[in-house]
Design a protein around this ligand. Structure first.
Ligand code: GTP
Ligand code: SPV
Ligand code: MN
Length: 654
């Protein structure tokens, strides 16, 4: 048990009581005052760890950036529990987090209301050639497939931000591995950050510390620099959640293997191993090395006969990946296991079998909507060692959000994420921010798969795309072949959600659920995907499209969550070669009666779920054509054009 655990146990009855003892005795003595964040007379710069123990390249990187950012102290993370407890102690002391004493080692952070989600408009890929990053389109077209800036322009922009930005702060050095340490799939990064919140979160989301450095040796790594962009001056007291939203910028330099993020402490903006490295830089490495870095969950499914298969599924942000990966199937005899809930790195092995790893080690999951009813496995995962951000809290030391089971909440006071005490149902405000999140270790998940850390990965037998489509898209359909499946990924659309800076619900294109995460030109990305069809030695999995979110007059037509197993069961049988499909203009759909509806309590209107309204689909293909022409322009592969034309013909013949 760590020191913080001890302290928490002592304080269990008393909510929100600060731990007033520094868990690191040596450091306390060294600093006279009992924590280093408040030791003004400390003169040495490396306070934790030893610069000379580091590989030369890592040392140079740190020295270079420290010179630029001018932190007061440097802390080289070892990844130990003791270090974690020290950082949690410091974060608690400065008010960034408070304990949620109802659970074991759980914490709540509340951010600045201007720093609550990824900011796509301020996220850039910086390559010498613009067309390496975004498709070649007509001059007057504003690309929705990524933001490009030249490396030299970005250098100028960052020159007005990073110099001196860590004054008065500690620069933490986080060696991290995306993927199990030592796996041939894995990639190593070093993140420098002036946020201890980022360190404790990265410790959950990836593998960090000394063992990573040992496996790195003197090899190259992805250079990651992050600052909240708020130096501490002597006259000004440190903010509870320092950030600099007006100056926020997240820059990727693929040619230098470098990521620089300034101004935000939130999620994908600051935990640089996640979207920045595992998807944007990752997708570039993947293309070069002929693999895939995708915004996909990975799940195992065992049927009642004991046959097990793994599927990967790409849904846009806040569209159900975590829920599907952790689902408790409603059909008896089925077992679902979770390998990952957000990112998949996949490659064909020497036998032509597609294999995937989850490069992450934790879940950064959407809190609202998570409950014992919708996602019991998530509820069990977050009972301990979890950091919550922007959720509401209860006066008995618990968390709260919209959609959480209301039982036993009646006599308990709720404080909203904005700090409104005695928050009331029906008050017209949300208790938790819609993009509030839990950050929890994957190995605490009750349905975690036995092979989730396998360095060889698990073999993927189906790929599923899906989005929030209130209209027109059937519950499930199957592509005719790999090329048609790639077309389905390219055509993916979904309603916007609170995961980024969008307001309202608008159906927008989100090809492959990767629109915010492409590291390179989407036209080139399509060619990469299509290139695998030509290789007969490869066993390309079947590709499907699902839609849990179709609406009728009374809301969602499909019950979703654990009932989604009925759709997975059909996909499973299709993968096994069962003849349970019929042709439709959009793809194969289940033969009437072939979806297993046994025991479903709710009435479901199957006709409405599978209807293909002619007017809707004519408008859809025309809009797709316009989208591909205007946004992908001359980079659109001919095969995608052909797929579109074939779909158009089928639709206009309906
Ligand atoms: P990111 O972490 O942003 O990538 O999101 P995600 O794709 O993992 O989405 P998640 O599983 O967290 O779900 C987001 C929201 O959708 C939650 O509020 C869920 O309750 C809701 N949701 C998930 N699955 C279903 C479903 O099958 N039906 C319905 N109606 N809602 C769902
Ligand atoms: C997403 O937006 O897809 C997330 C959350 O998974 S974040 O880490 O902020 O990107
Ligand atoms: Mn995600």
């Amino acid at each position: 048990m760590g020191q913080t655990d001890l302290l928490i146990n002592e304080n269990k009855q008393e909510t929100n009581m600060a731990n007033d003892k520094c868990p690191d005795e040596t450091l306390s003595r060294k600093l006279k005052d009992n924590c280093y964040a408040c030791a003004p007379d400390y003169t040495g710069s490396v306070l934790y760890g030893n610069l000379n123990d580091l590989p030369e390249k890592v040392k140079c990187f740190i020295q270079d950036k420290a010179k630029q950012c001018q932190p007061e102290y440097i802390h080289i993370c070892d990844g130990t529990e003791k270090e974690r407890d020290l950082l949690l102690y410091l974060l608690q002391k400065d008010g960034t987090i408070k304990p949620l004493n109802k659970y074991e080692n759980c914490w709540l952070a509340r951010t600045d209301p201007d720093d609550v989600a990824r900011v796509e408009s301020k996220t850039f890929i910086c390559t010498t050639n613009k067309t390496d990053t975004i498709p070649n389109t007509k001059d007057d077209v504003v690309s929705t497939l990524g933001n490009w800036m030249s490396p030299s322009d970005m250098d100028c922009l960052l020159e007005s931000r990073f110099p001196g930005c860590m004054k008065g702060r500690t620069m933490f050095v986080i060696p991290f591995s995306m993927g199990p340490i030592g796996s041939k799939f894995s990639k190593i990064g070093i993140q420098l950050t002036d946020s201890a919140y980022v360190v404790v979160s990265m410790r959950i989301m990836s593998r960090i510390g000394t063992s990573v450095l040992e496996s790195l040796g003197n090899d190259d790594f992805i250079k990651c620099l992050h600052s909240v962009g708020k130096p501490v001056t002597s006259v000004q007291k440190a903010d509870r959640w320092p950030c600099n939203p007006k100056q926020t910028v997240i820059a990727h330099y693929p040619e230098r293997h470098e990521i620089c993020s300034f101004g935000s402490g939130y999620g994908g903006n600051s935990l640089l191993g996640k979207k920045c490295m595992a998807l944007r830089i990752g997708s570039i490495l993947a293309r070069k090395e002929r693999w895939f870095a995708e915004h996909m969950l990975i799940m195992g499914i065992e049927n009642p006969a004991g046959v097990k298969k793994y599927f990967a599924a790409a849904f846009p942000s806040a569209c159900g990946k975590t829920n599907l990966a952790m689902m408790e199937p409603s059909l008896p005899g089925y077992k679902v296991t979770c390998v990952g809930d957000d990112i998949a790195w996949m490659r064909f092995d020497e036998n032509g079998q597609l294999r995937a790893i989850n490069p992450e080690a934790g879940f950064f999951g959407v809190a609202p909507g998570t409950s014992k009813k919708t996602n019991p496995n998530a509820m069990k995962t977050i009972e301990k060692n979890t950091i919550f951000t922007n959720v509401a809290s209860t006066d008995d030391g618990g968390f709260y959000w919209q959609g959480l089971d209301k039982t036993n909440q009646d006599n308990i006071q709720i404080t909203s994420w904005m700090g409104i005490k005695n928050w009331q149902h029906g008050s017209g405000t949300d208790p938790a921010h819609p993009n509030s999140r839990f950050c929890a270790p994957a190995n605490q998940c009750p349905n975690i798969d036995e092979n989730w850390e396998s360095s060889e990965g698990v073999s993927i037998e189906a790929i599923i795309f899906g989005g929030r489509r209130p209209e027109g898209l059937p519950l499930v359909f199957e592509s005719f072949d790999w090329t048609h499946g790639v077309f389905l990924g390219a055509s993916l659309k979904s309603e916007t959600t609170a995961a980024a800076e969008y307001k309202g619900k608008l159906v927008v294109h989100d090809p492959f659920a990767m629109r915010p995460f492409f590291g390179y030109n989407f036209g080139h990305y399509l060619k990469h995907w299509l290139s695998f069809q030509a290789n007969r030695k490869l066993n390309c999995p079947k590709i499907f499209h699902v839609n849990w979110f179709r609406k009728g007059p009374e809301g969602f037509l499909w019950p979703g969550f654990g009932e989604n197993i009925r759709v997975l069961d059909w996909i499973f049988r299709r993968v096994q070669g069962e003849d349970c499909h019929v042709m439709s203009p959009v793809g194969y759909i289940p033969r009437p009666g072939s979806l297993n509806m046994a025991g479903l309590k709710q009435e479901v209107d199957m006709n409405a779920l599978f209807e293909l309204p002619v007017q809707f689909w004519r408008a859809e293909v025309d809009e797709l054509e316009h989208y591909f022409n205007s946004q992908v322009g001359s980079d659109l592969p001919d095969k995608i054009k052909q797929e579109l034309n074939q779909l158009k013909q089928r639709i206009y013949n309906m």
